[in-house]
Design a protein around this ligand. Structure first.
Ligand code: UDP
Length: 325
């Protein structure tokens, strides 16, 4: 049996990925510092067969339980706080996670021959002037703003990953993940889908940043995990990043309307200031993923949002129910 390492495996996407890899018959090591992970996500994973949890931070030297794992064939790097309020809370650590942490995992890939996949981000495109975003677009990113610790960190992580590939030090894949949502997000994650649903369920003010005309394209988590696994197993040239996301684009106001349809008796909507450097619009061009991975998303927002709202309704113990979809 081969072993797959998932750094950040107790996080939102990482925990779904651990489960899918275990279901596919692999031994899974989940490495996580539990900074933004949900303990309940981890509890659900601990019953999986051939599953091991290692608490450690990839910023530090990796523990022997990871470096000496038998038959390590794949390394997924999903380790980094990804929500703006969370990655900005300790920006130095965010940058180190992406640069030093990725280096530790790449060196492990070099030593073991395991294939390495970096989960990069649509944030490498910054506040994009090209729409939708194709992988060849180099982005419009501020290296001085509050998002830089994350987006410049991910850009540096990509650069290092591609250098390892160019120098034949490791076999690599790079996914650029666009906004992803679904069950097992942290209710306090701070991102728009979890915020709007949880605020509506608990009757708190619903915070729309700016006038709500900015756009995002939301990918359901099962589609994301399927895309990441397809990319890892593909024989794509490792020096090409691949956008993984759902190209259906919505304004935040449209998302809000869908949430209000689902959750009766929600509180009032308040417009709060638009955060600095908040991208005006974002939508992936997924031609490459379609062509090379034969992958495209299957779950539209109209299906994924009710499933997510139902899960949150149970999770936050709201007395208010979710309206039948
Ligand atoms: N946003 C919002 N209300 C919230 C949280 C976020 O209107 O409570 C906005 C945010 O300013 C951005 C969009 O929703 O324009 C998506 O934000 P999110 O933090 O989910 O992810 P981002 O794509 O910005 O990393």
């Amino acid at each position: 049996m081969d072993t797959i390492l998932v750094a950040g495996g107790a996080g939102f996407i990482g925990s779904h990925l651990c489960r899918a890899l275990s279901d596919a018959g692999h031994r899974v090591i989940c490495l996580d510092n539990l900074q933004t992970a949900r303990p309940s996500n981890l509890k659900l994973l601990e019953d999986l067969p051939n599953f091991t949890f290692v608490e450690a931070d990839i910023v530090n030297a990796l523990p022997a339980s990871v470096t000496d794992a038998p038959n390590l064939t794949r390394i997924y790097n999903c380790a980094c706080a990804a929500s703006p309020p969370q990655y900005q809370a300790d920006p130095e650590h965010t940058m180190l996670t992406n640069v030093v942490g990725t280096n530790h995992l790449l060196r492990l890939a070099e030593k073991t021959g395991a294939r390495f996949l970096l989960t990069s981000t649509s944030e490498v495109y910054g506040d994009p002037e090209v729409h939708p975003q194709v992988e060849g677009y180099r982005g419009w990113v501020s290296c001085t703003g509050p998002r830089a610790c994350y987006d410049e960190g991910k850009r540096a992580a990509e650069a290092m990953t591609f250098d390892f590939a160019r120098m034949s030090r490791a076999e690599v894949r790079v996914a650029r993940i666009f906004n992803t949502y679904g069950p097992h997000m942290h209710p306090d994650d701070g991102r728009v889908v979890s915020n709007l649903i949880c605020q509506a369920l608990t009757g708190r003010d619903i915070t729309v940043h700016g006038d709500g005309t900015q756009t995002r394209s939301f990918c359901y988590v099962s589609d994301m995990v399927r895309g990441l696994m397809a990319l890892m197993e593909s024989d794509i040239d490792g020096t090409e990043p691949v956008n993984i996301g759902n190209p259906d684009e919505f304004t935040i106001n449209e998302l809000l309307d869908m949430v209000l349809e689902l959750v009766p008796n929600a509180g009032k909507v308040v417009n709060t200031p638009l955060p600095q450097d908040d991208p005006r619009r974002r939508r992936p061009d997924i031609s490459r993923a379609r062509d090379v991975l034969d992958w495209s998303p299957r779950v539209p927002l109209s299906e994924g949002l009710p499933m997510t709202a139902e899960w949150f309704a149970e999770e936050v113990g709201a007395e208010m129910s979710v309206r039948e979809a």
